[in-house]
Design a protein around this ligand. Structure first.
Ligand SMILES: Nc1ncnc2c1ncn2[C@@H]1O[C@H](COP(=O)(O)OP(=O)(O)OP(=O)(O)O)[C@@H](O)[C@H]1O
Ligand SMILES: [Mg+2]
Length: 132
């Protein structure tokens, strides 16, 4: 499916819909350029799933935890080894948590087959195309 959201509010409504299909143990991989809306979507998804704490770009921390949700951003990593050192394998194998990963390319081999992949694209200042 594909949708174009014309505001962050519309992205929030989209995240609310996606949240209904999310269950423990799922891995969600978010693809797309800088500023395409991955973290914004994550923030709304974490809210919709009922976890507290404002989602921030994990830029310097790489991984953060909000309740049972792991939010990982691999942008600053450069090798698959670094992804492993982060404990990524344990995260994706943990059936009691949900893992959301931005810039998932380096983790591709560790992503399970049933990973929910969502693609973000910048259209203009307030619009984003989202495909899954
Ligand atoms: N329709 C929209 N949906 C989502 N975000 C939007 C939309 N319109 C404008 N924005 C803005 O676009 C920006 C998206 O930034 P965000 O940090 O979510 O991107 P990102 O994909 O996580 O980037 P990065 O790769 O740097 O982590 C935010 O400032 C947000 O307010
Ligand atoms: Mg981000």
């Amino acid at each position: 499916m594909e949708i174009t959201t014309h505001s962050t509010q519309e992205t929030k409504e989209f995240a609310n819909k996606i949240a209904k299909g999310i269950s423990l143990g799922m891995i969600i991989a978010l693809y797309g350029d800088l500023g395409s809306g991955k973290t914004t979507f994550t923030r709304f998804l974490v809210e919709a799933l009922g976890e507290k704490g404002r989602v921030q770009s994990p830029t310097f921390v790489i991984a953060r935890k909000y309740g049972h949700i792991n939010h990982v951003d691999l942008y600053r990593l450069s090798t698959e080894q670094e992804v492993e050192d982060l404990g990524f394998k344990d995260m994706v194998e943990d059936k009691e948590s949900i893992t959301i990963v931005e810039w998932p390319d380096l983790a591709e081999k560790l992503l399970p087959k049933d990973t929910l992949r969502i693609y973000f694209e910048y259209i203009d200042e307030s619009s984003r195309r989202i495909k899954l």
